[in-house]
Structures are given as structure tokens and as C-alpha cells.
Design a protein around this ligand. Structure first.
Ligand SMILES: Nc1nc2c(ncn2[C@@H]2O[C@H](COP(=O)(O)OP(=O)(O)OP(=O)(O)O)[C@@H](O)[C@H]2O)c(=O)[nH]1
Ligand SMILES: [Mg+2]
Length: 196
């Protein structure tokens, strides 16, 4: 048997970053009902509780359609103002959102002036990455079962031109419309290279 002399080996230190991949991301402040919504539209069972930061890691749920198409939706931990400066671990959550081509902005409609949540979320995304907030998106107006939400919905629609889908994750009211709209967005799914 003959052996040839080997070469010097190589050593490398590699840092890998795990980012959640899904078609759509649920983007919102803490406690607005993102996890409740994922439970309502998929079989995923993320924890739900009446305090902020219940979700600390992203969860992915699959929305299944009759033609067997499967759309993956990620429940991302809540963002807070200053997320793009890593407040509340915001940078790691924004990185997960970056992998999703469709954004579902979830607003708590029972809170005063919910359109401000939307503007603040867009601000955080755009500070993180220019034009990020303009990816294909819809606004999910959650907690519509609460009495104060109705007047806020009208006021929200007067202020913004985007598609608004009013739902209640708690009662599952109108989640069917959300599921249908998600499919429309998925069917016109943008190519990764065309995304802001
Ligand atoms: N009335 C009402 N309450 C809701 C609705 N959706 C969620 N909630 C309640 O709001 C609270 C927060 O819900 P979660 O689903 O944990 O909210 P989240 O956005 O995932 O919160 P974080 O994980 O902390 O970011 C819980 O007490 C839910 O029961 C809704 O449609 N109507
Ligand atoms: Mg949650």
C-alpha cells in the first residue's frame, strides 16, 4: 500500500444564525393577539396569555386549503418602539420577519388610536431596512369582539388606504376572510429578489 503526503488541514470558525422561514409573518406589538390568531387559523398551539412577551420565540403554523396548498405563517414575538435599536431583543425578531415575503400587521383595535401602532411598526421596519414595511401586506384589525373596537375600525379605515381585515382571534369571527386574503397574497407571491 502506498500513501501520499497530505496537506496542512484547515480550521474555520463558522457562526450560523437560525432565521425562521415562513411565507407570512404576524407583525405587531406585544399582547395584540398574534399567537391567538395563529391558533385560530392553523393547528399550531403557541402559548397565549394576558401579558406582554408571552411569545419569546417564533412559531410557525400551517394554513391548509382545500386544494392542499399549505401556507406557512410565523408568529413573531412582539416588537416595541426602538426594536430597530434592539430594544426588547427587537433585532432578532426583525431578522425573522425579513425572511417572510408577506406581512400581516396585527393591531389591537380595543386600544386607543390603533393606527398609531401601524405607523410605529412601519417605522421600526423601515429603520431596520429601507422600504421593508412596504412588502406585500395587509392589516389585521384584531379584538373586534370588544365594544370600543368598532368606532376605532371606522377611524382606522379613514386614515389608511391599505386592506384592513377586521377579526376576532378570540371568537374566530371573520378569520375566514383573513384565510382567503392570505391565499390571494400567496398566489401573487413575490420573488425574493424583487422584495424591498
Ligand atoms: N377580547 C379579545 N381578546 C383577545 C383577542 N385575541 C387575543 N386576545 C387576548 O389578548 C391577550 C394576548 O393574546 P396573545 O395571543 O398572547 O397576544 P400576542 O400578540 O401573541 O402577545 P405576545 O406573545 O406577548 O407578543 C390574551 O389574553 C388573549 O386572550 C381577541 O380577538 N379578542
Ligand atoms: Mg404571542
Amino acid at each position: 500500500m502506498r500513501a501520499t503526503e497530505g496537506q496542512q488541514g484547515q480550521q474555520r470558525e463558522i457562526q450560523l444564525e437560525l432565521r425562521t422561514m415562513a411565507h407570512a409573518a404576524l407583525v405587531g406589538f406585544p399582547n395584540v393577539g398574534k399567537s391567538s390568531l395563529l391558533r385560530a387559523i392553523s393547528k399550531a398551539r403557541p402559548a397565549v396569555a394576558a401579558y406582554p412577551f408571552t411569545t419569546l420565540n417564533p412559531h410557525v403554523g400551517i394554513v391548509e386549503y382545500r386544494d392542499h396548498t399549505q401556507v406557512a405563517v410565523a408568529d413573531i414575538p412582539g416588537l416595541i418602539p426602538g426594536a430597530h435599536l434592539n430594544r426588547g431583543l427587537g433585532l432578532s425578531f426583525l431578522r425573522h420577519i425579513e425572511r417572510c415575503r408577506v406581512l400581516l400587521y396585527v393591531l389591537d383595535m380595543s386600544s386607543p388610536e390603533p393606527w398609531e401602532q401601524f405607523q410605529q411598526l412601519c417605522f421600526e421596519l423601515d429603520q431596520y431596512r429601507p422600504l421593508f414595511s412596504q412588502r406585500p401586506h395587509a392589516i389585521v384589525a384584531n379584538k373586534m369582539d370588544l365594544p370600543e373596537s368598532r368606532a376605532n375600525l371606522e377611524a382606522l379605515r379613514e386614515r389608511i388606504s391599505q386592506t384592513v381585515i377586521p377579526v376576532s382571534a378570540l371568537t374566530r369571527g371573520n378569520t375566514g376572510e383573513l384565510i382567503l386574503h392570505l391565499r390571494e397574497m400567496y398566489d401573487s407571491y413575490p420573488q425574493a429578489e424583487t422584495l424591498p
